[in-house]
Design a protein around this ligand. Structure first.
Ligand SMILES: N[C@@H](CCC(=O)N[C@@H](CS)C(=O)NCC(=O)O)C(=O)O
Length: 212
């Protein structure tokens, strides 16, 4: 198995945590998102993944983009520590919380959005930061409220689920941008708990071979 990613990509970080929890061996292939105008735009990579985004997972003939689909694929091929509860309604609940992060917080703050704001709409650094903090705080406020009902040691009771796989990279990203995470005590406690575990530690951006 091969995972094309970037040390600081939060979508690739989600998949690294999943691989580590499942103990699936995988070669990590760096795609530098900034160097040379962004290697995600190079012909060879775009042939593999026409969205110009990381991650991409290659497992023999299987080529997958979209981290959520990749995580589900890994979950299905390896029964070890499932990323969802069995009950259908509880599973949907877990999916909805994970998507609150993956669809509502992450995409509006992505690199290409930041680049478009700066290059096409003339938004300065202060304006871009205001944008980022606004959308992150909007998302985390909703999530913190929802977690009051669902969390235990982790986002969903005491089970590590796909929500935690999305949360930890998103909070890493939020810290980079200086979001005041003390406003979100439930989220912060879960992050601290996850980040003590080997699967999460090994997936940390600074522990990757391409980290600079
Ligand atoms: N929904 C996609 C998002 C992928 C994505 O946005 N990847 C970012 C890094 S976290 C990327 O490749 N950005 C490159 C760019 O914006 O040019 C997923 O979950 O895989």
């Amino acid at each position: 198995m091969k995972l094309y990613g970037y040390w600081r990509s939060s979508a690739a970080y989600r998949v690294r945590i999943a691989l580590n929890l499942k103990k699936i061996a995988c070669e990590l292939i760096p795609v530098h998102l900034v160097k040379n105008g962004g290697e995600q735009h190079q012909e060879e990579y775009v042939e593999l993944n026409p969205t110009h985004l990381v991650p991409t997972l290659v497992d023999g003939e299987v080529v997958l983009n979209q981290s959520m689909a990749i995580i589900d694929y890994l979950d299905n091929i390896s029964p070890k520590s499932a990323f969802y509860p069995d009950d259908v309604a509880e599973k949907a609940l877990v999916q909805s919380l994970a998507l609150d992060i993956a669809c509502e917080i992450h995409p509006v703050n992505n690199l290409r959005i930041q680049q478009y704001l700066a290059n096409e709409l003339d938004v300065d650094d202060q304006g871009k930061l205001k944008w980022t903090l606004h959308w992150m705080n909007t998302g985390f406020t909703a999530l913190e409220t929802r977690l009051r009902k669902t969390s235990g040691n982790y986002c969903y009771k005491d089970q590590i689920t796909i929500i935690d796989l999305c949360l930890i990279p998103q909070v890493y990203n939020a810290n980079r941008f200086g979001v005041d995470m003390s406003q979100y005590p439930i989220i912060s406690a879960i992050v601290e708990r996850c980040n003590q575990q080997p699967a999460f530690i090994a997936a940390l951006p600074e522990n990757q071979g391409d980290a600079q």
